[in-house]
Design a protein around this ligand. Structure first.
Ligand SMILES: Cc1ncc(COP(=O)(O)O)c(C=O)c1O
Length: 389
């Protein structure tokens, strides 16, 4: 039977690709440190659960496709605190940022249209960035906005990591720049910001009326995003901004810990991330995929091993990122220290092919000079949602 060629072209999520193998590793009694997925371990705020507990409508009905008023107003309050005035119609709640991205792309792009190359319709950026942790300065963001405006393009700014910036400066949202109302779409989500990935609440935000009325058609096609989750998400958006101080400090601490561990590893190349909670690193291996298989099937150090997301699927440029991995610092510092140690031992054991490992990974070469494939080397990253969905 012939199935969609679009799906045939779409690879598996690099974050979840090794899950089957990982389950077998766990069955063998081995603990895995998961650096492969951006699933925060920070406690979800109590306000979320309190709102869930007090939800007692006699019928769990559909919510409006345009979103529940209490969530829309809570989101407006949150944006007002960063100086952005929004009306209810400028916000459309979705099932997570992933659905917000899908709807946005489906609304902007026709078959054959591309992002950032010929036939360009839109520019998609993640700021702070997944997978590199890069943070645009206000000047850089303004430059992107100017390009979008000049060429009548939409700048889709995925700002789901907005509060996780470690240089002391608050991140400027694309919505904070006046004069670009027609050109800006912001993707938002409770998943990372409030450590509530399972709530599946995100949103598309834009002041472009024509765009929003087209997205509304998608919202109506899928009826609504979950009623109960919207109610509880409203409590999250109403939290005092001081909530983020401790969370940001914790992630910064983790970033510093992971960077220190990575710098101890010979042959590893990576740049310090300025935001979000990911590090992209080039390892002294030929093939990160083979290395990950080996870490799960043959390696263990005192009953422990480590998982990361392989770098290649994050790139649009063919052949880039083969020796790179993305690590999420969403586990605590103590575990990061141990995970860093595991990887170090893994790398050293692989290089010398001894200790209790049965065999070294076929593609391992301890001597190859790693190439840090990022935008500086001319390589282009695939928009992260293509890699993650
Ligand atoms: C930049 C970015 N946007 C959106 C998402 C989607 O998150 P969710 O669908 O849980 O809101 C992710 C997930 O990792 C992400 O990194």
């Amino acid at each position: 039977m012939k199935l969609s060629s679009k799906m045939a072209r779409c690879g598996l999520s690099p974050m979840r690709k090794f899950n089957g193998e990982a389950a077998k590793t766990v069955e063998r009694g081995i603990k895995i440190y998961h650096l492969n997925i951006g699933q925060p371990d920070i406690r979800t705020p109590q306000a979320f659960y309190d709102a869930l507990k007090s939800f007692n409508q006699p019928v769990l009905a559909y919510a409006p496709s345009s979103g529940m008023p209490e969530l829309l107003d809570a989101v407006r309050g949150y944006y007002k605190r960063i100086g952005v005035e929004l009306s209810r119609t400028q916000i459309l709640p979705t099932s997570g940022g992933s659905e917000a991205l899908q709807m946005t792309m489906a609304t902007i792009l026709d078959d054959g249209d591309e992002l950032l190359v010929e036939h360009t319709r839109a520019i998609l950026i993640s700021n702070p960035g997944n997978p590199t942790g890069s943070v645009l300065t206000p000047e850089e963001l303004k430059l992107m906005l100017d390009i979008a405006k000049e060429h009548d393009l939409i700048l889709v700014c995925d700002e789901v990591y907005r509060e996780f910036v470690y240089g002391g400066e608050p991140l400027m949202s694309a919505l904070q720049f006046a004069g670009y109302e027609e050109n800006v779409v912001v993707i938002d989500s409770v998943s990372k910001r409030f450590s509530a990935c399972g709530a599946r609440v995100g949103m598309v935000i834009s002041k472009n009326k024509a765009f929003m009325s087209e997205v509304m058609k998608w919202c109506q096609c899928r009826l609504c995003s979950a009623t109960v989750d919207q109610v509880a998400a409203a409590a999250l958006y109403a939290l005092d901004p001081s909530y983020f101080d401790e969370v940001r400090a914790e992630y910064k601490n983790r970033r510093d810990t992971l960077m220190r561990k990575l710098r101890e590893l010979p042959g590893v190349v990576c740049e310090e991330p300025k935001g979000a909670f990911y590090v992209m690193a080039a390892l002294p291996v030929d093939d990160a995929d083979t290395f990950q298989h080996w870490l799960l099937s043959d390696f263990d150090d005192h009953g422990e091993t480590v998982m990361f997301a392989c770098g290649e699927p994050f790139y649009a440029t063919p052949g880039k990122g083969k020796n790179e991995v993305r690590m999420a610092y969403t586990i605590n510092c103590q575990d990061l220290e141990r995970a860093g140690g595991r990887r170090r031992r893994g790398a050293i054991c692989a290089a010398v092919g001894k200790r209790k490992e049965k065999r070294k990974p076929a593609a391992f070469s301890g001597h190859r000079k790693p190439e840090l494939g990022n935008t500086k080397t001319g390589a282009v990253f695939r928009p992260c949602f293509f890699a993650s969905i």
